[in-house]
Design a protein around this ligand. Structure first.
Ligand SMILES: *Cc1c(COP(=O)(O)O)cnc(C)c1O
Length: 431
């Protein structure tokens, strides 16, 4: 009942995927903190291992608490299934794993979370032979121009880190569809409350649930959501999903499981063999976070707009990049894709460059200087001295993380207190 797509977002954020515990009646989803599940008998075990029956074997593959989280996130994104993972980075690995073989390519936006740029540019090619081709997705034509016969996916962020950038999903989804490849959208910064990329043509959505979905800065986790709309067997481009799987006696996932193939593969092969499962305890905390997602995203967005407006007229500030501001070059896109608010994260440029940036993060008191976003607390970071310091100056600039850039993740405190803290610290840093 509670999973019905006809219920409002708020209702589904609280109920989707969950029911009172059948064994005890517990209303809140229990933490099934167990590694393994007892088989009824040998036949039961055999059919579970052969994927002829859905059930629980071992928590590296599936777990009842984690399964509720997977259903809830899939429901909120409008997908058909989800695979929860140990982190957002694990979700990115798991999203690409069924799609690419050594020597294959995928197109990635230059405007991504700094850790994703490292994972894609350095570790994926070295470890797996997957080549990331980076393009500026502000120019959809350059995405099209970068596609070759080896391209197996396009990867973008809906609302891009470090802040204020909105991706024009519709033309990019059309390019992916023409090329017969899936569009993967990292929806971490926006969350499904602000935008559901599947409605704009995404095939897969990935999350770092570490951020707004868990919401209180307690739990590292991730998820991959499948729209269920892609034909994996169309042209033999995705043999892991369309061809025989040696680990299951030659079973063909797409032929056997239809539009659930990608999600079942994610558990039966991805989590089984790569191993980045989410812990039941983290899934429980993240489920509790999601129950208030709609309330929090509204307030994060409202507070961020107030802070961005304050900074825009401050003499120590060079520029503010928040898509909720009319001055933003992404404002029109934000009105189209994010009508409920432009989220809680944005960047601004401080006068005085690198040194002033360092001084500012050392002068704030209410803000916490740390490498996370999407907490109930307000957070601040100077990307060029931290998250983006591995990149050269050109790479930093391309990622929107030059020496003067400050990234804020605006929390749920009183907007006046957040602004007062920044005002005081700006006076110290630039004054
Ligand atoms: C944090 C983040 C990630 C990585 O997630 P982890 O949970 O830290 O592994 C990926 N993409 C975006 C947009 C992020 O903000």
């Amino acid at each position: 009942m509670s999973d019905k797509k006809s219920f409002g977002f708020e209702t589904r954020a609280i109920h989707a995927g969950a029911a009172p515990d059948p064994a005890t009646g517990a209303r809140q989803t229990p933490i099934y903190q167990t590694t393994s599940f007892v088989f009824d008998d040998v036949d039961d075990a055999a059919s579970l291992f052969n994927l002829q029956k859905v059930g629980f074997i071992y928590s590296r593959l599936t777990n009842p608490t984690v399964a509720v989280l997977e259903e809830r996130i899939a429901n909120l994104e409008g997908g058909i299934g989800a695979t929860a993972t140990s982190s957002g980075h694990a979700a990115q690995l798991m999203a690409l794993f069924p799609l690419l073989s050594p020597g294959d390519e995928f197109i990635a936006s230059t405007k991504l979370y700094g850790g994703s740029l490292n994972q894609f540019a350095n570790t994926f090619p070295r470890a797996f032979g997957w080549k990331a081709v980076f393009v500026d997705t502000d120019e959809p034509a350059s995405v099209k121009a970068a596609i070759t016969e080896k391209t197996k996916a396009i990867f973008v962020e809906s609302l891009a880190n470090p802040g204020g950038i909105v991706t024009d999903l519709e033309p990019i989804a059309a390019i992916a569809q023409d090329a017969g490849i899936p569009l993967i959208v990292d929806n971490t910064l926006a969350t499904p409350y602000l935008i559901r990329p599947i409605e704009w043509g995404a095939t897969l959505v990935v999350h770092s649930t570490t951020k707004f979905l868990s919401g209180n800065g307690t739990s590292v986790g991730g998820a991959v959501v499948d729209s269920g709309t892609f034909d994996w067997s169309k042209d033999g481009k995705y043999p892991a999903l369309s061809g025989p799987e040696p680990g299951y006696h030659g079973l063909k996932f797409h032929e056997t499981f239809g539009n659930l193939a990608y999600t079942i593969h994610g558990h039966a092969v991805g989590l089984r063999d790569l191993g980045p499962s989410q812990s039941p305890f983290n899934a429980f905390l993240t489920l509790n976070g999601i129950e208030t997602l709609h309330l929090r995203m509204e307030r994060h967005s409202a507070n961020a707009l107030k802070v961005a407006t304050f900074l825009e007229s401050h003499p120590a500030v060079e520029w503010v990049s928040y898509a909720g501001l009319e001055s933003s070059k992404y404002h029109t896109l934000a009105q189209k894709y994010l009508p409920r608010g432009a989220g809680g994260i944005f960047t601004f440029g401080i006068k005085g460059g690198y040194d002033a940036g360092v001084k500012l993060v050392e002068s704030v008191e209410l803000f916490s200087h740390l490498a996370n976003i999407g907490d109930s607390r307000s957070l601040i970071i100077h990307p060029s001295s931290t998250t983006h310091r591995q990149l050269d100056p050109a790479g930093q600039a391309a990622a929107g993380a030059g020496p003067e850039v400050i990234r804020l993740s605006i929390g749920l405190e009183s907007a006046d207190d957040i602004i007062a803290d920044l005002a005081k610290a700006l006076d110290k840093a630039v004054g």
